[in-house]
Design a protein around this ligand. Structure first.
Ligand code: SIN
Length: 271
């Protein structure tokens, strides 16, 4: 698969003329591997609507569903929308998608229909590089730990649940191994993780704050995608965290995200 690297290790932009909807099964597998290796894959100028997006998504795997969409929007899509009346937008903190599930997402696929004149970029941070940059003793400590991932209030309106306690909480390893590449990646994020199970409250809060700073401030592990209408971006939630910049108010942005079911996170070489 031909692509331009966004940074040396993170992100791939597929060559102009790539048409996702005419991909063969072998190309779908190549796309999954590219997302696993590069974290983020960008495809420009894709002719799709909400239905063909879901049709394509199903070729990537089983899709997560919501129950809150109007009838014209398939239940497999999350509407990502902000405009002149919005006080906030979805995804404006570093996170990996829906890590409170026991079986967490693999790929997400976001297709943008309307973008602001400027701004509204999505930032990505590479959790493989973030883990690799830590010292061996610190890596060893992290490999012995698990974190509790709770659903948060912001997730209620998308899930159809009425109360937080109807939503799942899960424990996952702090470092997980990618099933396709075998690479280890940091797997804690500020949007869902409430604590590290094996540590005291103070130790857990300090360790998480240090790791979140490491993710947010290590710009050399990050890339930034500028959207245009009909841009489609895939990211592998096992590899990257993302952060949607809400810097375009009162301009509008509209897109549709689907999320592919992955697997329960595991660490291949626990301490
Ligand atoms: C999200 O899925 O977190 C939203 C990403 C975005 O709007 O760029």
């Amino acid at each position: 698969m031909q692509y331009l690297a966004i940074t040396p290790k993170l992100g791939a932009e597929l060559e102009p003329g790539t048409e996702l909807t005419s991909f063969s099964d072998a190309e779908i597998e190549e796309l999954k591997l590219l997302a696993a290796e590069r974290g983020v894959v960008v495809a420009r100028d894709q002719t799709m609507d909400v239905h063909s997006q879901v049709g394509f998504g199903r070729r990537l795997g089983a899709l997560m569903e919501t129950t809150v969409n109007p009838p014209e929007i398939p239940d497999e899509l999350i509407v990502i929308k902000a405009g002149p009346k919005s006080k906030s937008a979805a995804g404006t903190a570093w996170h990996s998608d829906v890590t409170s599930e026991a079986v967490t997402p693999g790929l997400s696929m976001l297709r943008m229909e309307q973008v602001p004149d400027s701004g509204g970029d999505t930032l990505f941070a590479d959790m493989v590089q973030a883990f690799d940059a830590l010292s061996p003793p610190f890596q060893a400590l992290l490999k012995g730990l698990t974190a509790r991932h709770d659903s948060r209030g912001h997730y209620l309106y998308r899930s159809g649940a009425k109360r937080l306690d109807e939503l799942p909480s899960s424990n996952h390893p702090v470092v997980r191994t990618h099933p396709l590449t075998g690479r280890d990646a940091l797997y804690v994020n500020a949007a869902f993780v409430s604590c590290i199970n094996e540590l005291s409250k103070t130790e857990s809060a300090s360790l998480l704050a240090m790791l979140y700073d490491h993710v947010a401030y290590s710009v050399s592990f990050q890339c930034r995608v500028r959207w245009a209408p009909n841009t489609v971006v895939f990211w592998d939630n096992r590899v990257v965290q993302h952060h949607a910049a809400f810097d375009y108010y009162p301009d509008a942005r509209l897109g549709y995200r689907l999320t592919v079911v992955g697997e329960a996170p595991t660490l291949a070489t626990a301490n």
